[in-house]
Design a protein around this ligand. Structure first.
Ligand code: SAM
Length: 312
């Protein structure tokens, strides 16, 4: 049934997102400023800046001391205080970028091509923050489920595991983890890794190569929706080649035909990728079977759908 409650503009996201994009937040995180000082610092129109900062104040992101603007305590907690229960960092900026792509859906429906993408370096930072944030709550449960039956200190290959949230949960469960991700992501994220974490990072495009080792478990967290049938079939074959016999593959993704979210998320992949999407259990079964795996089992853990199959 259509959800009329959902038919509202994401105004707060668009306002705070624009405040981050234009540098309002960064400038005010350094020091309080008047509207005119801020306008000069970020090269903005004073009238427009006044209207937007009034809204930011009304929404609780800014506070005013005389004519000086500053970030509110709540905004400081949310954006910068990693110890705060309200900390999100800048993870919402990924949603802001995605919302931008979604507004091109009418053109995408006609052309069949994804929305134009802005390749800004800070988007890697936002993407990693968003993925890390969304996995935080259920990573332990998912990792525990995936590690079941693998014995002591299994070797895990976490493909597309750049945000490190799942890798840390695997390591906490006793695994030795190799995280493979794109070189720019490994470059950025390896700074956040401590030497004693039992996690190493391998830079590499999974469409080209997988980390050359023998693993007990390959974890594919939300990567099968990025590409189409050909790439997934190839990836599953590469996974089979780096798993020991009897080794396990676990895939976290929305499975089309089993949840409404899979169809909706399919639209996200339509606007953001050339041939990504969400796939049915039958499709996964055929692709995994042809790559040498058993039929996949579908489970739900911590609200995430997980497919599990074993290398024959
Ligand atoms: C949607 S995120 C999922 C992150 C994490 N696995 C999770 O489930 O929260 C996809 C991840 O795959 C990585 N990725 C995308 N294409 C890749 C490729 N061709 N080779 C290696 N990593 C890739 C991205 O950089 C990103 O870290």
């Amino acid at each position: 049934m259509p959800n009329q409650q959902a038919l509202i503009a994401p105004q707060e996201l668009l306002i705070i997102g624009a405040a981050v994009k234009t540098g309002i937040i960064e400038q005010l995180s350094a020091k309080p400023m008047t509207i005119d000082e801020l306008a000069l610092a970020i090269g903005a129109d004073s009238r427009a800046l006044w209207v937007v900062t009034e809204a930011l104040e009304a929404l609780g992101y800014l506070s005013k001391d005389g004519n000086m603007l500053r970030l509110s305590e709540e905004a400081l907690d949310m954006l910068y205080n990693t110890e705060s229960p309200n900390f999100t960092g800048f993870s919402f900026m990924h949603r802001y970028n995605v919302t931008n792509s979604w507004t091109h859906l009418p053109e995408v429906i006609k052309s069949g091509q994804p929305s134009p993408r802005e390749d800004a370096a800070e988007n890697t930072k936002y993407f990693m923050a968003a993925m890390g944030h969304s996995a935080k709550e259920h990573a332990r449960a998912v990792a525990g489920f995936c590690l079941t039956g693998l014995g002591d200190s299994p070797k895990v290959l976490d493909i597309g595991g750049g945000p490190l949230t799942y890798a840390r949960a695997f390591a906490a469960g006793g695994a030795r983890v190799t995280v493979q991700d794109l070189p720019n992501v490994v470059d950025y994220m390896s700074k956040f890794l401590n030497e004693d974490e039992n996690i190493e990072m391998f830079p590499g495009d999974f469409n080209v190569v997988l980390s050359p080792d023998v693993f007990d478990l390959a974890f594919l967290g939300n990567i099968c929706h990025i590409f189409g049938e050909r790439e997934n079939r190839e990836l599953f074959k590469k996974v089979a080649a780096v798993l020991k016999t009897g080794g396990k593959i676990t895939i976290v993704d929305f499975v089309r035909g089993t949840t409404a979210m899979a169809a909706v998320f399919g639209v996200n992949m339509l606007v953001n990728t050339k041939n990504g999407g969400t796939w049915t259990l039958n499709e996964y079964g055929a692709w995994l079977g042809d790559a040498g795996f058993s039929s996949p089992e579908l489970n739900e853990v911590g609200g995430r759908q997980i497919l599990t199959a074993w290398k024959k």
